[in-house]
Design a protein around this ligand. Structure first.
Ligand code: VLZ
Length: 137
């Protein structure tokens, strides 16, 4: 894959995570907890499978998939919805479309200046996060 996303990445900035969570219908109580979390992404490749683990002291979320192959995703512990997901490379961006009840839902990951960038989309809301590589993990 272009500019390997693999590794352990720690959140250094987050914008409009609140707006994204509101769009998903996450309760105010959970949003308040989630906003304070030190999120970590652990991205691994096993053969043609990509695994993205979002880890936090509160809750973890893992998704694994093959690029270009649609799969059923259950967003357990997040908004608990079933979506059809498809992840594809668009240039150097890894882009996921999550088709379901919520319109224009998905995310994009890419590398820029040694940082892992993430945009999360839902119904017009965009959350922008940046992660820095954790070389100790
Ligand atoms: O990430 O779709 O990297 O799945 C928030 C967990 C993580 C905190 C959101 C608990 C995952 C929230 C976002 C409690 C309500 C996501 C993809 C791209 C991979």
């Amino acid at each position: 894959m272009p500019a390997s996303l693999c590794g352990t990445w720690d959140l250094i900035s987050s914008a409009n995570f609140e707006g994204y969570m509101i769009a998903l219908g996450i309760s105010p109580y959970l949003r308040k907890i989630a906003l304070k979390l030190k999120l970590r992404k652990v991205i691994e490749q096993q053969g043609d499978q990509l695994i993205i683990k979002t880890a936090s002291p509160f809750r973890n979320y893992t998704v694994s998939f093959r690029v270009g192959q649609e799969f059923g995703e259950f967003t357990q512990g997040l908004d608990n919805r079933h979506v059809k997901s498809l992840v594809e490379w668009e240039g150097s961006k890894l882009v996921c479309e999550q088709t379901g009840e919520k319109k224009n839902r998905g995310w994009a990951h890419w590398i820029e200046e040694d940082k892992l960038h993430l945009e999360l989309y839902c119904e017009g809301e965009v959350c922008k996060q940046v992660y820095k590589k954790n070389v100790n993990e």
